[in-house]
Design a protein around this ligand. Structure first.
Ligand SMILES: [Zn+2]
Length: 1119
């Protein structure tokens, strides 16, 4: 038994083993590692239960019906000519200034932001409130009414930011200019019923129990000591916060800094009529706003209210319903003089700021490495750059939890309503400074496991009886230590070799798997990649086919490899298709590639075995010849119809015949309407939005794709789908196979080479080079008391415990929810072990193990103090996005709001110090929950604007399903960076500002990104010198709106901005196409959609309004 070794990080293992090199975005192809691990395998007595798939070996049917290619393969004139048919020059791709204008007659002049007519908002970052010493944030409620007063000024709901119909010209100009794919909705599609749908479960979260046990502070009084001090130092949420003196399991509280009183001034506040309150000023004591007056503001609803969980609609008159018995009725808003109306608002600077929280965490936790030796530590935020030292628990890059302290009982968990979930990214890529997991080889005996629960050896196993046996930390079973694994214990009961063995000292490591872990008890062959290219009319005309073939010629040299291999072990194959499929024989011995056509798409088979999947370097000449010929062969095609399911079927059959796992790369353009299995019809119907039938838009149209996906998973056939639609293609149905096989979907609406090639090629390169684990099974084991009950992500499950992944790459996460099935023990905590069995790119069968220990608590305050809101939002978004398959979106939104209110009400009731009901009190770790939740609620999936297509929504829905925490964080709350505020020389990224129009200064330039979209917003009064430096034009008016590439200019500002754009792109898993937006230009509506703290045109509430609404909900729960 031998731990492969090379340069150690922490414990002295000898040498580290970079067997699994990370992806290097800049380099074309990863750096080869140094050593190839040895592969001595042998028999093992404990085969993995639950992994006994025995698909029949592939059988090829019927002799190939080969024909000559349709067009002469020799005629190909060299490349350029064909571009002429789609290249329309820049005319089509520019700002399209003539097209979209009329769509927005009422575009709002900058500065007339409805919500902020009076308060001037400096664009520089303002710390909200007192430094984060106070964990209880309190807010006056008056803003509810006030903010409502301005709502009628909003443009009518439903006015899209995108120009839906007016852009139906084929130019495909601005709407697709980089968003996840809006395209002209030319035709009103026929309505059709979905037949069959994904067998998704009904929402499992029943309406949470109403908090009947809640008592108001006045009557019942708080049972918990108030939280008045700074948070425990060890917990480190960006600075001092609350301490809870009565907690045993926590580190000692820090000294209480003076002046950290949280609540508002004592004594009854002076009665104050709402119309007399002078706006809400920040208070030193941690309250939001001034002393609470009588709750006159609760007396009525506000116009924003209908949008919470309800259908967007035009602003409604205020029902003067009184909710608060203490409230003094206030005059109707429209009776107030206009000036007074405008003064009633919550100061946005006085409510919790995501920017501030992010900055504080960066400042407090960015400098020290995060050492994983301590159980239940909350890691730094995903927005903080930090290094990780593995000392026994998995890095937060692999696993993040909603809480690192789990309630001991299910009753407590139900009371708090905080979901207990882990977002797991088993193959996460690591920064170069951190070592890849060591690979442990236990020889022919295979990895050591518990006999009963099959958990793998890990640092939490207890060795007893002098080291001859070990007690399983998951199920308590006592197991014998095999003689070859025996080692003596030291005086503390620890094995003396603990630090020489990754599996005894690290949170994450790998085992070489024995043949028992392999399908059919046979070691796997290296995987294969099959490129399947739509060559119908649209694909040819847009230039896609030519671009793709050209790119593949070089890209094939950069297939993933590992362990220092000189070339990739992955074999490749090629198929083109429209209504029929064309297979290519690219055997190295051929002078020219041969094409074989299969037109019987109803009964797909692979017409050739030998010569279909080949080694790139051996067959290079033939492959290059093929890629040269494909665009020419189909250059004159008139075929517009395509098939889809048979293409996947063919690829899967080819892998089956070759007895290997692999990945299909499908490049597809249109709704597959040709007569074939999986044929689809256009069933898009926007009239279903906000009806009970809206869910059908998200459900697949036919069950055929799910059946197909199941076959693919059994074969280890992962499908990546690149879509290039000009109209509705039914993403909800087409993405079923990629989704269930662990694949990815990319969408380029109205693809035009000259507009979109950079984005497409960048995504393609990254996707092809990704390190992938194939034919994988993941199992999450837990210690007694909790168990995994629900899973979210791109995978397939045929039973309740095993997550099956035909492929899994380093970007994909699997989210696991846990429930109690017994009482947990504070002393022993709770353990998770995620085991991923997979085939590496080189064909090696391995197990990757991640272990994580969590604390358990008997005090609710400990739960609230150790939560991670970013992870919570990730989970809640996935939960909601799955919910829309089965429930009306309104129900889904209401469920989220209710749950959030219950979480916060439980805190208020059990953990917060007594204070007046008029104060909103949020746990320090969750103070961003309302703002982030609001972003989820008003996202395109849950509350679409008029311009968001059905395909967009389905696309985003499946993207979010496997996003990690960092991705959902920036996706729901975009990053807005001022570019000219900080000195040009400053090397660091400028600090972000809050995503609100109020934060924009018209003399500045901003970048906004959310992981998918990237905007450069230019203020109308920006200095001429800046305009010249960036755009090489002399004035603002000359800047081309919608520009997607900045000119390369030799000056510091231009270099800095372009460098920043590059750096943002490098941080994201998909290429973000730039869109330049000028202030007050029509495109600005598109941009404003991402200013998520503002009220949205689709009816989404502003942050301030939503916070008030949450407060109302909480108060209702508490009363
Ligand atoms: Zn066990």
């Amino acid at each position: 038994m031998n731990v492969n070794q090379s340069a150690p990080p922490l414990p002295p293992f000898g040498q580290s083993q970079p067997v699994y090199p990370g992806y290097h975005p800049s380099s074309y192809g990863g750096q080869p590692g140094s050593t190839a691990p040895p592969t001595p395998y042998g028999a093992y007595n404990g085969p993995v239960p639950g992994y006994q798939q025995t698909p029949p070996p592939g059988v090829s049917r019927a002799p190939p019906s080969s024909e000559a290619p349709p067009a002469s393969t020799a005629q190909a004139p060299s490349g350029q000519a064909a571009y002429g048919q789609f290249g329309q020059g820049d005319v089509q791709n520019g700002p399209s200034s003539t097209v979209q204008m009329q769509r927005f007659p009422g575009s709002q002049p900058f500065g007339s932001v409805p919500l902020a007519p009076v308060v001037s908002q400096p664009t520089v970052l303002q710390p909200y409130g007192p430094p984060p010493t106070s964990a209880q944030v309190t807010a006056q409620l008056a803003g509810m009414q006030i903010s409502g007063a301005v709502a009628p000024a909003l443009p009518p709901v439903g006015l899209g930011y995108g120009p839906p119909t007016s852009l139906a010209s084929a130019s495909g100009s601005f709407p697709n200019s980089g968003l996840y794919g809006s395209y002209p909705q030319g035709q009103a599609p026929p309505l059709s019923q979905a037949q069959g749908h994904l067998g998704a479960q009904p929402p499992q979260r029943s309406a949470p129990p109403q908090a009947s046990s809640f008592t108001s502070p006045a009557s019942g009084g708080p049972r918990m000591p108030s939280m008045t001090g700074p948070l425990l130092s060890g917990q480190g949420f960006g600075g001092p916060s609350l301490s809870q003196p009565n907690h045993v399991s926590s580190p000692p509280p820090q000294a209480l800094p003076p002046g950290t009183q949280m609540t508002g001034p004592p004594g009854p506040p002076p009665p104050m009529h709402s119309s007399q309150q002078p706006g809400y000023q920040l208070q030193q004591n941690g309250s939001f706003g001034p002393a609470r007056g009588p709750q006159s503001n609760y007396g009525s609803s506000y116009p924003g209210a209908p949008t919470f969980g309800s259908q967007p609609g035009p602003p409604q008159p205020l029902p003067p319903k009184r909710l608060d018995p203490d409230a003094i009725p206030s005059p109707q808003l429209n009776e107030l003089p206009p000036q007074q109306k405008t003064r009633h608002r919550i100061d946005p600077d006085a409510i919790p700021s995501p920017i501030q929280v992010i900055e504080d965490d960066r400042n407090n936790r960015g400098s020290e490495p995060f050492v994983t030796g301590v159980r239940g530590q909350v890691p730094p935020l995903v927005t903080t750059n930090f290094l990780v030292k593995d000392q026994g628990n998995a890095s937060p890059r692999y696993i993040r939890c909603t809480s690192y302290n789990i309630p001991c009982t299910s009753d407590m968990a139900k009371q708090a309503q905080v979901p207990l979930a882990a977002v797991i990214k088993p193959l996460a890529r690591l920064p170069p400074e951190e070592a890849s997991p060591y690979v442990v080889d236990h020889g022919e005996s295979g990895p050591l496991r518990c006999n009963r629960c099959k958990a793998y050896m890990c640092p939490f196993m207890q060795f007893v009886e002098g080291g001859r046996r070990f007690q399983c930390c998951f199920c308590s079973c006592i197991n014998d230590v095999p003689p070859q694994y025996f080692q003596h214990l030291d005086h503390t009961g620890k094995r003396v070799d603990a630090y020489d063995r990754p599996e005894l000292s690290l949170g994450s490591y790998e085992f070489l798997a024995t043949v028992d872990y392999c399908k059919n008890n046979k070691f796997p062959s290296p995987p294969a990649f099959i490129f399947m290219i739509d060559v119908s009319y649209n694909a040819i005309r847009s230039g896609l086919v030519r671009l793709l073939c050209e790119e593949l010629k070089s890209l094939l040299d950069y297939l993933p490899r590992e362990g220092g291999a000189e070339e990739s072990a992955i074999r490749v194959g090629f198929v083109t298709y429209n209504k029929v499929l064309h297979f290519y024989n690219v055997k190295s011995s051929l002078a020219q590639p041969q094409m074989m056509v299969v037109s019987d798409v109803a009964d797909m088979f692979v017409p050739l075995l030998d010569g279909f999947l080949v080694n790139v370097s051996e067959s290079r000449a033939v492959i290059t010849s093929l890629l040269d010929q494909i665009p020419e062969m189909f250059a004159d095609t008139r075929e517009t119809e395509t098939v889809f399911a048979p293409v996947i079927q063919a690829g899967m059959e080819a892998l089956k015949a070759a007895e290997c796992a692999g990945k299909l790369f499908l490049f597809h353009t249109s709704l597959p309407i040709a007569e074939a299995p999986g044929k689809l019809k256009n069933r898009d119907d926007r009239k279903l939005i906000n009806t009970d039938k809206e869910k059908t838009l998200f459900q697949p149209q036919t069950g055929a794709y799910q059946t197909l996906a199941k076959e693919c998973v059994a074969q280890g056939c992962c499908v990546d789908l690149f879509l290039f639609p000009n109209q509705y293609v039914d993403v909800a149905t087409l993405s079923v196979v990629p989704q269930l096989t662990g694949g990815s979907v990319y969408k380029y609406a109205c693809f035009q080479v000259e507009n979109d090639q950079e984005r497409f090629l960048s995504d393609l390169r990254r996707d092809v080079q990704k390190v992938v684990g194939f034919d994988a099974v993941m199992r999450v084991r837990t210690s007694t008391g909790i168990r995994a009950v629900d899973f979210f992500g791109a995978f397939y499950m045929s039973n309740t415990t095993d997550v099956e992944l035909a492929g899994l790459d380093g970007d994909k996460t699997v989210t696991v929810e846990f429930k109690h099935d017994d009482r947990l023990n504070e002393e022993s905590g709770a353990l998770l072990q995620c085991a991923l069995l997979y085939t590496s790119c080189a064909g090696q069968r391995r197990l990757r193990i991640h272990n994580l220990a969590l604390n358990c608590c008997t005090q609710l305050a400990d739960l609230y103090r150790n939560c991670e809101t970013d992870t919570l939002i990730n989970y809640m978004a996935k939960f909601a996005y799955r919910g829309v398959l089965n429930s009306p979106v309104k129900t889904v939104r209401d469920t989220l709001i209710t749950q959030c209110a219950q979480i916060l009400a439980c805190y208020r009731k059990n953990c917060a110090s007594p204070s007046s009901a008029g104060q909103l009190i949020l746990p320090e770790c969750m103070k961003l929950l309302p703002v982030y939740l609001n972003c989820v609620l008003k996202s395109d999936v849950l509350q679409p604007g008029a311009e968001v297509t059905t395909d967009d929504r389905a696309y985003v829905r499946q993207l979010v399903t496997s996003m990690d925490v960092a991705e959902t964080n920036v996706f729901f709350y975009p990053r807005l960076l001022p570019l000219t505020k900080s000195p040009i020389e400053s090397a660091t990224e400028p600090p972000a500002v809050r995503a609100s129009e109020e934060r924009l200064s018209n003399g500045d330039i901003y970048l906004l990104e959310n992981g998918l979209n990237l905007f450069l917003w230019v203020g109308a009064s920006v200095q001429q010198g800046v305009v010249q430096s960036l755009f090489s034009v002399s004035s603002f008016s000359q800047i081309t709106s919608g520009l997607s590439v900045l000119p390369v200019l030799d000056n510091p500002l231009s270099k800095k901005v372009r460098g920043l754009i590059d750096s943002l792109r490098a941080q994201r898993s998909r290429y973000m196409k730039l869109i330049v937006v000028k202030q007050e230009d029509k495109l600005e509506m598109l941009f404003k959609h991402f200013l998520v703290e503002d009220k949205s045109l689709s009816g989404g509430a502003s942050y301030v309004d939503f916070l008030c609404h949450m407060h109302k909900e909480i108060r209702q729960l508490l009363s």
